[in-house]
Structure formats: C-alpha cells, structure tokens
Design a protein around this ligand. Structure first.
Ligand SMILES: N[C@@H](CCC(=O)N[C@@H](CS)C(=O)NCC(=O)O)C(=O)O
Length: 205
C-alpha cells in the first residue's frame, strides 16, 4: 500500500498526479500547515525534514519529489521516462532545475526565515522572488520542447512537476501570458484525467 502525505498548495500534488497517471491505489493524508502538522513529532518521525511530499511504500519511506517520482516510474511506470538516455537526461535536467532553482526562487517569497534572521532581509528576498521566478520561467519557456510535452511527444516525469510549479507563478502576480509555451502546457495538463482526478480528491489547489 502507498500513503502520500501532501498539502494541496505545495509541490506534493506532483506525486499525486503521477500516481493518478499510473492508476495506482494510494491513501492521501493531508498535512495541515495551518496546524503546523509538518512539525509535529509524529510527522517528523516519518520525515525529519518537516516537508511534503512524503511517500510511505511497502519498502519504507521516500522523501524528495524527484526520488519519489523515479521510484514510482521504476516500479510502476517506466514509460514515464524516455527510452533514449539523452532524452532521459534532459528530463532529469529539467527536474533538477525545478527542484533546485525554480522552487527555491519561489520559496524566497514566503520562507525568508530559512535564510536570514532579520525581517528586513525577508522583505528584500520576498521582493526579489517574482524576478528570479520569472527568470527561471523564461529559461524553461525557451529551452524545453513543448512538442507538446516538456521533453518530446510523450508525458514524462518532468511534466506534472513543471505544471505544478509554473502554477505557483500566479501567486507572485507573474502574468503567465508572457510565456506562451508554458501557458499552453498549463492548458494541456489541466485537461488530463490525472490532473482532474487529483483536483477532485482535493489534492491540488
Ligand atoms: N526538495 C523538496 C522540497 C519540499 C518542500 O520544500 N516542500 C515544502 C512545500 S512546497 C514544505 O513542505 N514546506 C513546509 C515548511 O517549510 O514548513 C522536494 O522537492 O520534495
């Protein structure tokens, strides 16, 4: 049995979408940030980082979106990784960029206390975040295939991730209309059964 600990406003819906794509049976468990459940002793025992997503599998717990997606694909859906090694590397290049750069840029808008103690520093980071986020989106807009998916003609692990994190941009008042490829990708993904299923289950904001 698979149990996904998630919050709908975070990166965690990426995992839900992939599990819906693979038609897997899983139990969703909401981690309520308003109640600070991510810092509760019970949750920290599961994921000492106090973050979502966390996936419980029959073999143990996996954290980190990329590691969870790679495991899901290896065990349940190899078709979500391109056969061609170079294309697979391009998919992971996109995934690592989303995790290590775009997501971190976004987090500076809300989570300045992770990086600095002074509130003036938080305000400065928050003001900068829409610019660094837009720069990351501009890079993706110009470098992915959009044919129509991020890497070629088939859905890969990069697509749900790109979809969810691009969606964060509007929270920083970034107008997605300036990125026609990313906008079309949002429409494409929004229309997928897996995305609708995750949304209907309340797992995607
Ligand atoms: N590198 C992690 C990042 C996970 C992460 O930062 N999740 C955020 C939400 S998007 C979180 O759980 N934040 C809770 C907190 O900061 O208290 C991944 O990609 O899975």
């Amino acid at each position: 049995m698979l149990t996904l600990h998630y919050n709908p406003l975070t990166v965690a819906p990426v995992v839900a979408i992939v599990m819906e794509e693979l038609e897997l049976d899983y139990t969703p468990v909401l981690v309520d940030f308003r109640a600070a459940q991510q810092t509760s002793p019970a949750y920290l025992a599961l994921n000492p980082k106090g973050r979502v997503p966390t996936l419980e599998t029959p073999h143990g717990v996996i954290t980190e979106t990329g590691a969870i997606l790679d495991w899901l694909a290896a065990v349940h859906g190899p078709h979500l990784v391109p056969d061609d090694p170079f294309q697979a590397a391009r998919m992971r290049e996109t995934m690592y960029y989303l995790a290590s750069t775009l997501h971190v840029n976004y987090a500076h808008a809300l989570r300045g206390a992770r990086w600095a103690d002074l509130e003036t520093s938080w305000a400065d980071m928050s003001a900068k975040a829409p610019h660094t986020m837009a720069a990351s989106l501009a890079y993706l807009e110009g470098h992915l295939d959009f044919a129509p998916f991020a890497i070629g003609t088939g859905l890969t692990l990069a697509d749900p991730w790109l979809f969810v994190l691009t969606g964060f941009a509007t929270r920083l008042n970034i107008d997605l209309a300036q990125f026609p490829n990313l906008s079309a990708h949002q429409v494409l993904m929004n229309d997928r059964y897996a995305v609708r299923a995750a949304r209907n289950k309340g797992m995607l904001a």
